[in-house]
Design a protein around this ligand. Structure first.
Ligand code: 5RP
Length: 233
């Protein structure tokens, strides 16, 4: 899919997902280029439709963007729970298992997600796949001893690569952690893999989000399609 079409589909899906936000809600705002479009649309609704809601951001970038558009942002610890979180994803399969973390924000995204009553993802159609894993799986690790974590991943056959920023320096997350991308190609047993990763000392969190999402808004030609997870009420 060419980038222009992909952006168009992302934008249409983002606009649809923005319509889920109602007055008075506490809304988790994800991260990434699709969420940036979502936040733009929510900012428009705040200005033009007098929409009033409170946002909890999953990254410093999203918090700054939202605030600049007049959206009220509070820290997660200021709210008891989140009514709805809307986030992007890198891949999702038909069991609603997904990979997130392409932008490196998976730790805050997962903390916000598990404190949300409902999670909706917004993606373009290229992200809906039979088997997840072709997209590298991001793992958030603390810097101390991270070379040893890399070596362990290498021995396990995970093909780890330390993520670098644009200047070629180690990429730092909003919590000052590092990201190791695992080139797994195909993840046949995501639950087993998630268990293995989280039990590795030095790993803070990984980008597998398994069966957590209620709905996926998929940008495709015509109009966005809504995939509803039958396992989540
Ligand atoms: O998980 C994420 C960031 O950590 C993003 O939501 C994911 O990478 C999708 O990004 P984009 O909308 O730019 O394709």
């Amino acid at each position: 899919m060419d980038a222009e079409l992909q952006n168009k589909l992302k934008k249409e899906a983002a606009r649809k997902a923005a319509s889920y936000v109602k007055n008075g809600m506490v809304v988790g705002l994800g991260s990434g280029s699709t969420v940036k479009m979502l936040v733009d649309e929510l900012g428009r609704r705040v200005k033009e439709e007098d929409l009033q809601f409170t946002g909890v951001a999953t990254s410093i970038f999203t918090a700054q963007q939202a605030k600049s558009l007049g959206i009220k942002i509070v820290d997660l610890d200021m709210v008891d729970s989140i009514d709805l979180t809307i986030d992007g994803a890198d891949q999702v399969d038909s069991n609603f298992n997904g990979i997130k973390g392409g932008g490196g924000n998976l730790l805050w995204e997962k903390i916000v997600a598990i404190n949300s009553k409902k999670i909706v993802w917004v993606v373009d159609k290229s992200k809906v796949v039979d088997t997840i894993g072709a997209f590298p799986l991001a793992v958030d690790v603390i810097p101390f001893g991270s070379q040893h974590v890399m070596q362990n991943f290498d021995k396990a056959g995970y093909e780890p690569v330390l993520r670098l920023d644009k200047e070629g320096k180690p990429f730092k997350t909003d919590s000052n952690n590092l990201i190791i991308d695992l080139h797994l190609h195909k993840i046949e047993e995501p639950t087993q893999l998630a268990d293995n990763l989280i039990q590795t000392v030095g790993v803070v969190e990984h980008g597998l989000f398994l069966n957590m999402v209620s709905e996926v808004v998929v940008g495709k030609e015509g109009q966005p399609e809504i995939l509803v997870n039958p396992n989540i009420g």
